[in-house]
Design a protein around this ligand. Structure first.
Ligand code: PHE
Length: 447
């Protein structure tokens, strides 16, 4: 059945590889920008540590106990703990969410691939806002380019998953995360020297609560789920490979801190550049692709730094994408008896087809606006802000209320110390209440 990670570090690396991705560098800055900065960031941080962290611990513990794909794990544990196999529906919801997320994630992953080429060709040299705009519009305005890069990104993802996650992933992530942080520190140096660092800092950390709408709170919570990869079973699937004697608590804290540090670092790099160049912090999904090329075009060695940066970003996206496809493929293999290769091909093709909805959202169907906006906006809102929080809600309710304390203590901390008791308090009360309140607030119940 399932293999095992070679060590705790390997597991941390895999979960960190899932968590650190486009969500930190592409998504966090642009939605922080759209939602007014400071106050949004504060809510985001609260959600990460009070809601996301306990959910991550719950997912790992359920995954390790069930040792299967998320859907089977929820079914088996549901039966074992309460005679309720229908808990598998939580796993099913997660599979659907991961499928939907990957469909747009792969398109954006494709953008990073295109930007590797642009950097390598030194296209950003002495760039001004107009040139950067032109380059970005040239990409997202072209169905052909988007489709090409989406296909490459999806092909890479499915290819890796089809061959089995254990090989290669560990060493890739071990190198990637530190290298990514290093390059971002170099970019931070540029932002401090040449950007409007003070204004960027002020925007990110000086909370103006009048900007905090109920929807912004929901989006901040959704982003915490998205960035940590919790609420859809990715972490549960990886937890299935965790050796019994490793500490779930320590690994979860390590991953959550790393992920959060990288998101904040991205914000610290991007907003000073935004303000120094008179750009709009609320411009949307193109934000990183409009700001970083400006910096890269002006700094010495920018072509090289940029190429390395976008390669690493693509890598970070790829390890996240792998974790989105893995649960679906594991399910097809374990429950439908498919071969891994065939399962990877089938799931990859399905996701690829769905990705077309996102491709056209940036050009020919940009004016098709339903509920929340374009197809892309809707898929993103539905998954990040509704499906992931719901999934996380049920996972923690299961781990905190349905599972008996002996089972959860056994996995987390047999001595049932203070950390275990804090987790249980958060899992039983704080997470369910917080998610419920944020939902009710967003649908206008407290207006
Ligand atoms: N956490 C990833 C990122 O920040 C995206 C992701 C979401 C991956 C959900 C897996 C599950 O880019």
């Amino acid at each position: 059945m399932h293999g095992q990670w070679s060590s705790r570090l390997a597991f941390i690396l895999a979960v960190a590889g899932s968590a650190v991705g486009l969500g930190n560098i592409w998504k966090f800055p642009y939605i922080a920008g759209q939602n007014g900065g400071g106050a949004f960031v504060l809510v985001y941080l609260a959600c990460v540590f009070l809601v996301g962290l306990p959910i991550m611990m719950s997912e790992v513990l359920l995954g390790r106990r069930g040792r299967r794909n998320p859907m089977s794990t929820m079914r088996i544990l549901g039966e074992e703990e309460a005679g309720q196999p229908q808990w598998q529906l939580v796993g099913l919801g997660g599979l659907i969410a991961s499928f939907l997320i990957l469909s747009y994630y792969s398109v954006i992953g494709g953008w990073t691939l295109h930007y590797i080429l642009l950097s390598a060709q030194d296209s950003f040299a002495n760039a001004d806002a107009a040139l950067v705009n032109e380059l970005f519009d040239g990409l997202v305005g072209s169905v052909g380019k988007l489709a090409l890069w989406h296909s490459v990104f999806m092909g890479l993802t499915a290819g890796v998953v089809a061959r089995g996650v254990e090989q290669g992933l560990e060493s890739a992530v071990r190198f990637m995360v530190p290298a990514l942080v290093l390059i971002m520190l170099a970019l931070l140096g540029y932002a401090i020297n040449s950007g409007d660092f003070e204004r960027g800092l002020h925007f990110l950390f000086d909370p103006d609560f009048s900007k905090l709408t109920p929807t912004a709170i929901l989006i901040a919570m959704g982003q915490a789920f998205f960035s940590l990869s919790v609420g859809m079973g990715a972490v549960m699937a990886y937890g299935a490979y965790l050796p019994q004697d490793e500490s779930i608590i320590k690994t979860s804290i390590a991953v959550v801190s790393t992920d959060t540090a990288i998101a904040l670092l991205a914000g610290l790099v991007i907003f000073p550049i935004v303000f120094a160049n008179g750009l709009d912090p609320a411009e949307g999904p193109g934000l990183v692709f409009h700001t970083l090329p400006l910096a890269l075009g002006q700094m010495p060695g920018g072509a090289l730094v940029g190429t390395a940066f976008f390669i690493l970003l693509a890598f970070a996206g790829l390890t996240s994408a792998i974790s989105l496809l893995e649960p679906v493929v594991a399910w097809l293999v374990e429950r439908r008896g498919m071969r891994r290769g065939a399962a990877g091909l089938l799931a990859g093709t399905g996701v690829w087809l769905l990705g077309w909805l996102t491709i056209v959202s940036f050009n020919v169907a940009a004016d098709v606006k339903l509920l929340r906006g374009t197809f892309f906006d809707n898929i993103d809102f539905l998954t990040s802000n509704i499906m992931l929080p719901l999934g996380g809600f049920f996972v923690t309710v299961f781990a905190g209320w349905v599972m008996c304390a002996n089972s959860s203590a056994d996995e987390l901390d047999p001595s049932a110390g203070i950390v275990y008791r804090t987790w249980r308090l958060l899992a039983r009360y704080v997470v369910p209440v917080a998610v419920t309140l944020v939902f009710l607030n967003a649908i206008g119940l407290f207006d």
